[in-house]
Structure formats: structure tokens, C-alpha cells
Design a protein around this ligand. Structure first.
Ligand SMILES: Cc1cc2nc3c(=O)[nH]c(=O)nc-3n(C[C@H](O)[C@H](O)[C@H](O)COP(=O)(O)OP(=O)(O)OC[C@H]3O[C@@H](n4cnc5c(N)ncnc54)[C@H](O)[C@@H]3O)c2cc1C
Length: 451
């Protein structure tokens, strides 16, 4: 546990506080949650009850019905599971900092989970600065804590893989559940008392123009586990060969669940290992994404302050892209034409329609989708911003380190220079021609049309 833990300030516990407070934000689950178990442990140490709080607000950018519905479906299930352990779970309509500040007035200490993104990271730092009780951050959404792996940005996946060697087995371990010594579920603290997602959604002035996607995804740890079972039984044996083929859906589809912390990557990996050996090529290919690339993305966002902008790209990539900004573009599209899938390219339009309708583009098409934007904008900086904007707005798993690192990959990051060509320079190119040659693209288009 110590490796996952950081105390953000030098304050001492308020021993006359009424409870230990866990402000849940990134790890939105009861199971395999180190932050929750650490909070129970601290509550037991001080013989106090534990209160877990979750805050909802419409004051954040991209607060929309699509992701809020999914998130709240998950949170209400988490609330139930935590309450069943005798622990009070409060939902309040507040910003994270306001909500934590309010509840921390009666707290012994505060526990937060770790988030790698700038804004959420600042919330925790602000709390630590404002409060005169300890604020702990516990890293529960990666297998190996990222600062243990490195204290700087790692430029390539193979380097991250190498650094994880020898560390992984120490961290691929179940998270022990600790019983609370003092029950808190009957404490008289005011929260939004409903079991209905719609009641909570009605309280928020969120963007309803982004449609909900409950036809495809229901939030919650139970749903993540159901998908994982299906993946292990039916898809994992074909993962290496078929994951990139847009005619198939052969990946786990767990990214929305991982994004909201509704399932732990440790749980996912351990379940897979119950059925297959670690050296199975499909398991290796899956862990390469689930652990290496996913944790590299967190390393990237933690150590690169420009993770979600063109400025964050490696120098060679910016130089080569800029060498080609004067190259004539065959098509330049407005953001509206792109947003509503009105380009000349049927493959790209299908990917964008998949994003609009389902909230998630096929893994391989995501790369094609972002790279094409470089060809269709007058400067790669615009392409980068549009990719982030559309992904953050519509993708159920958007606003995630994976999205920023992957968009950045499409612009050359974590990759090597390739033979130079117009517009793309030395950044790896993906063409509609090769899509057509490699895959049954009409099957993909048909699948998207039928959504
Ligand atoms: C332009 C672009 C945008 C993307 N945006 C997002 C995003 O917003 N959120 C997101 O989670 N992923 C994003 N990805 C990465 C990847 O495409 C998705 O994680 C994957 O499609 C999710 O589907 P899955 O859960 O079935 O993946 P699986 O193949 O089953 O992989 C399991 C898990 O590994 C992780 N993973 C897979 N591929 C990557 C990757 N390349 N980098 C980091 N982690 C990975 C994800 O958490 C995923 O759920 C993006 C990729 C590109 C090229």
C-alpha cells in the first residue's frame, strides 16, 4: 500500500473529527479500490466511522448526458455496495473542492484517489493547501504506481515495458477488503437520497445534445465484469489476430469502465490469468494495451504539462509536420463538417458516425480517424485540437490519459520517423487504400449503419 500512497501536506490529524472522509473521484468502485481500503484502515486506526462522498456538478466542461448517465449508473451501484459494508456513501451536488471542503470540517483526515489530469490534480493540491488536516492521495487505477516506474516522461512503450519487468508480479495482487470497526451508514449527513439516475440527471443543467448510449453501455462494476467474462470466453483467444480488424469487435470494450474507475486494471488482469497463462500470445497482446500503453499514457499526462496539445509532441514530429504545412491539401473541412461526418471519405465518416451514435470508435479506426484530420486541416495544431475536442465531447471513454496519449501517438509521439511524404512529413501515414486492401471495410460500414 505504501507505494500507492502520498501525503500531500504536512498537517496533522484532527483527532476530535467525527469521521475519516474519502472523496471518491477517479476510482468509482467498491471492489479492488486501494483508496477505499486505505480510508477504512485509517478510520479503524482512529476508531472513527468512514464517510465516502461523491460530487456531481454541471459546472465542468463537457458535462453531458452521455457520460453522466453512464457514470451515475455506476455510482449508484457503488453506493449500494459500499452502504452494504456499513459505510455511509453521500452524493452531493457540489464541485469536488467545495464538497470536500464542506465535509472536511468534521473530518479527521481526507483520502482522495489519484487522477493524472491537470484539473483534477489541481483540485487535490488545492485541498491539501487549504486544509489543516492531512490529505492523502492513493493510486488505485494502475497496476504499478507510475512514479515508482519513473520520475520522468518515458518516450517509448518498449522502454516502459522494460521498466515494468520485475515490478509487475509484486503489484498484480488482489486488494484486501478491510471491515470497518465503526459503522457509519446510519450517520445523519445530508446527501441526494435517490436510487434513480434520472432523479440525479434532472438536477443538472448538462448538455443533452450528446445522446445517451445506454443501448450499448450500462455503467457499473457488474457490467464491466460481465463484459470481461464475455471477452475472456469469446474474444481473447482471437485478440492478437483480430483486434485491429474493423470488420470484427474483438477487443474487451472495457475502456469506458476503466475510464470511470468502475473496474480495476488489476482485477481485469488477474481474471484473465485465471483462465490463460501469462505467456499466451493473446494475453501478452492484451496486457500490452491494458498495462503497458495504458500506464504509459498516465506517465505521459503526469510528466508532460502539454499532454493535450500540439506543443506536447516531440520536436522531430512538430518540425516535420511544420515543414509540410505549405503542402496543398486536397480537402479542408470545417469542424461542423467533421463533427457531422460530412467528408468525402466513407471510412472516416463511418468512424465519426460510430463515435456519434455509440460513443466509441473501433480501436483501429480511431488511429485512422485522428491521422486523417492532419490531411484535412491547414495546420496540424488545428487537427490536434479537433481530435481532442471531438474525442472528449463524444467518446464515453474520452477525457482520459489514453485519449491524449493516443492522439499524440497519431501525430508522431512514441513512434519513429517514417519515409517522408506530403502533408504528413515523417509521421506514420494510414491510407484508405491500405484499409481496403487489409480489411473487409464494407462490413465495418454496414455495422455502423446498423447501429
Ligand atoms: C485517436 C485515438 C483516441 C483514443 N481515445 C481514447 C480515449 O479517449 N480513452 C481510452 O481509453 N482510449 C482511447 N484510445 C486508445 C484505444 O483506442 C482504446 O483504449 C481502445 O479502443 C478501447 O477499446 P477496448 O477497451 O476494447 O480496448 P482493448 O483492446 O480491450 O484494451 C484494453 C484496455 O487497454 C487500454 N488501451 C487499449 N489501447 C490503448 C492505447 N493505445 N493506449 C492506452 N491504453 C490503451 C484501454 O484502457 C482498454 O480498455 C484512443 C486511441 C486513438 C488512436
Amino acid at each position: 500500500m505504501e507505494e500507492r500512497l502520498k501525503k500531500l501536506n504536512g498537517a496533522s490529524e484532527n483527532l476530535s473529527g467525527k469521521y475519516v472522509l474519502y472523496c471518491m473521484e477517479a476510482s468509482q468502485r467498491e471492489e479492488f479500490n486501494h483508496a477505499l481500503e486505505f480510508a477504512v484502515m485509517m478510520a479503524n486506526r482512529y476508531k472513527k466511522p468512514l464517510v465516502v462522498a461523491f460530487f456531481i456538478t454541471d459546472r465542468y466542461k463537457f458535462s453531458n448526458a452521455r457520460y453522466y448517465r453512464f457514470m451515475l449508473e455506476g455510482i449508484l451501484k457503488t453506493k449500494k455496495q459500499i452502504t452494504q459494508r456499513g459505510i455511509k456513501f453521500l452524493i452531493r451536488k457540489k464541485t469536488f473542492v467545495e464538497g470536500c471542503m464542506e465535509l472536511s470540517k468534521s473530518a479527521v483526515l481526507v483520502v482522495c484517489d489519484k487522477n493524472y489530469l491537470r484539473t483534477q490534480r489541481r483540485w487535490r493540491e488545492k485541498l491539501a493547501n487549504l486544509l489543516d488536516i492531512p490529505v492523502y492521495v492513493v493510486e488505485s487505477d494502475v497496476v504499478v504506481p507510475i512514479s515508482l516506474v519513473s520520475d520522468k516522461s518515458i518516450p517509448y512503450a518498449f522502454m516502459y515495458r522494460k521498466k515494468l519487468e520485475g515490478l509487475l508480479e509484486n503489484f498484480l495482487k488482489p486488494v484486501e477488503r478491510i471491515d470497518p470497526l465503526v459503522r457509519s451508514d446510519h450517520m445523519d449527513l445530508e446527501g441526494l437520497d435517490t436510487e434513480k439516475v434520472d432523479d440525479l440527471l434532472d438536477l443538472l443543467q448538462i448538455d443533452k445534445s450528446v445522446s445517451t448510449v445506454e443501448r450499448f453501455y450500462e455503467g457499473g462494476t457488474d457490467q464491466a465484469k460481465r463484459r470481461l467474462r464475455d471477452f475472456i470466453e469469446n474474444k481473447l483467444p482471437h485478440y492478437k489476430e483480430k483486434r485491429n480488424d474493423p470488420a470484427y469487435e474483438m477487443t474487451s470494450d472495457l475502456s469506458p469502465y476503466l475510464h470511470f474507475g468502475q473496474v480495476s486494471p488489476i482485477y481485469v488482469a488477474l481474471e484473465v490469468l485465471k483462465f490463460y497463462p501469462a505467456d499466451d500470445p493473446n494475453v501478452q497482446a492484451f496486457f500490452n494495451e491494458l498495462i503497458i500503453w495504458r500506464e504509459l499514457a498516465r506517465n505521459f499526462c503526469w510528466y508532460n504539462p502539454f499532454y493535450n496539445s500540439y506543443e506536447g509532441l516531440p520536436r522531430w514530429a512538430k518540425e516535420t509536420l511544420e515543414d509540410h504545412t505549405k503542402d496543398p491539401r486536397e480537402h479542408i473541412y470545417t469542424i461542423e463538417e467533421l463533427e457531422f461526418a460530412k467528408t468525402h471519405d466513407p471510412y472516416w465518416n463511418s468512424a465519426q458516425k460510430e463515435l456519434l451514435k455509440k460513443g466509441k470508435i473501433h480501436t483501429y479506426m480511431r488511429m485512422y480517424w485522428a491521422k486523417r484530420l492532419i490531411e484535412w486541416t491547414s495546420h496540424p495544431k488545428d487537427a490536434f485540437d479537433i481530435a481532442c475536442y471531438l474525442n472528449d465531447k463524444y467518446a464515453l471513454d474520452g477525457r482520459d490519459p489514453n485519449g491524449y496519449s493516443s492522439i499524440s501517438w497519431c501525430f508522431g509521439n512514441f513512434d519513429r520517423p517514417w519515409p517522408e511524404r506530403k502533408v504528413m512529413g515523417k509521421v506514420r501515414y494510414m491510407s484508405p487504400k491500405s484499409l481496403k486492401e487489409r480489411f473487409d471495410m464494407s462490413a465495418y460500414i454496414r455495422r455502423v449503419e446498423e447501429l
